[in-house]
Design a protein around this ligand. Structure first.
Ligand code: RP5
Length: 191
């Protein structure tokens, strides 16, 4: 089912380096056929663009904005200060590693993503931004769909199926574990 011809969700991130994590949100939204528009908007490197983006998001009629940022992570809060569209923040562990290789962990946040998590969740009273866990962009997408499902009953059905699929996969794995024994199961799973 096509829910809307126009994107319903805006995904933004502070840097191209965030795209590795933020793609998790787009994968889930694509899987559920939810149109989204994706952009890089830096709160400190493109501050004017940030306020323009908020106007753009309202003009586009986005229902939710998913905003990912690392380090000081002021992007979600700043966007929320410009619009009443609900903002879901994704705290990102990677920091200042635009040019780093995937294997290079030396440029990860000194505070393990806690810096970003607190920046997003500790918005002063009156200017709320909700947050998912560090790097959990897929959860931001699932939560977004829970909000959208208030409007689209078909999406409610799909989310219920998603939940029962999760249930079934746990039961299936538990049966395998019981049959094989814990040691063999773990060896097979992680070999
Ligand atoms: C934040 O600074 C971005 O969200 C990113 O997570 C972090 C580092 O940016 P780069 O130096 O990788 O561009 O604004």
């Amino acid at each position: 089912m096509v829910y809307s011809k126009k994107p319903l969700v805006g995904i933004i991130m502070g840097s191209s380096s965030d795209s590795r994590i933020m793609q998790g949100a787009s994968e889930i939204l694509d899987q559920f056929n939810i149109k989204h528009e994706d952009q890089i908007v830096s709160a400190h490197r493109t501050p004017a663009r940030l306020s323009e983006y908020a106007k753009h998001a309202e003009n586009m009629g986005f229902k939710v904005i998913i905003a990912g940022a690392g380090g000081a992570a002021h992007l979600p809060g700043m966007i929320a200060s410009h619009t009443i569209i609900p903002v879901i923040g994704v705290p990102i562990l990677v920091y200042n590693d635009k040019n780093a290789k995937k294997s290079d962990t030396s440029k990860f946040s000194a505070f393990g993503g806690l810096d970003s998590l607190l920046s997003i969740t500790e918005m002063p009273s009156g200017s709320p931004v909700v947050s998912v866990g560090v790097n959990k962009s897929a959860n931001a997408a699932i939560y977004t769909m829970k909000i959208l499902a208030n409007e689209f009953p078909d999406l409610q059905k799909k989310l219920k199926i998603h939940k029962s699929d999760q249930h079934d996969s746990v039961i299936k794995e538990s049966d395998q574990l019981k049959k094989q024994g814990l040691s063999k199961f773990a060896q097979n799973k992680f070999k």
